[in-house]
Design a protein around this ligand. Structure first.
Ligand code: CMP
Length: 138
């Protein structure tokens, strides 16, 4: 049975010209793109999306960074989508990311780490609904 995950190509990777290469890695790894758009989060969008991190010391910087420029939002479908996508992107800190992962290749720091990946099936659904209308889902 196929499942879904949600990803964002973050402002650093968009600004550095990596949209095409990252989408190619995603599709080459067997993920089907079911929703896709170039968009930008407002400060209040980013605050809401990352509300789970509101008490963390990096929350303000995270919100500022994630609303600083365009992102690519996408919902992806595959067997075991959440776990397999987290393997494809690598560790949160690119210094610890495995060779060949998206973060190893394209992230510049812990906070500017190129891509987001959902951490559970439940959050994948919440995050996808945050970004996409039903008519944008295929
Ligand atoms: P992500 O897991 O996609 O979502 C939360 C983000 O917070 C995380 O990626 C990091 O990019 C960012 N972040 C910034 N500073 C830290 C930190 N000290 N620890 C964990 N995450 C951090």
């Amino acid at each position: 049975t196929t499942t879904r995950t949600f990803t964002m190509i973050k402002p650093d990777a968009v600004a550095n010209g990596h949209i095409g290469n990252i989408l190619a890695m995603i599709t080459n790894a067997g993920f089907k793109i079911v929703s896709l758009k170039l968009t930008q989060l407002t400060v209040s969008d980013a605050q809401a999306f990352y509300a789970v991190h509101a008490a963390r010391p990096f929350y303000g910087d995270l919100v500022e960074f994630m609303s600083s420029g365009p992102i690519v939002a996408a919902t992806l479908e595959k067997e075991n989508a959440v776990a397999d996508f987290r393997t494809l992107i690598g560790s949160t800190n690119p210094a610890e990311a495995a060779e060949g992962t998206i973060r190893k290749l394209y992230a510049t720091s812990l906070s500017q780490n190129a891509v987001h990946g959902s951490d559970s099936d439940e959050n994948a659904a919440i995050e996808s609904t945050f970004h996409f209308a039903t008519r944008e889902e295929f």
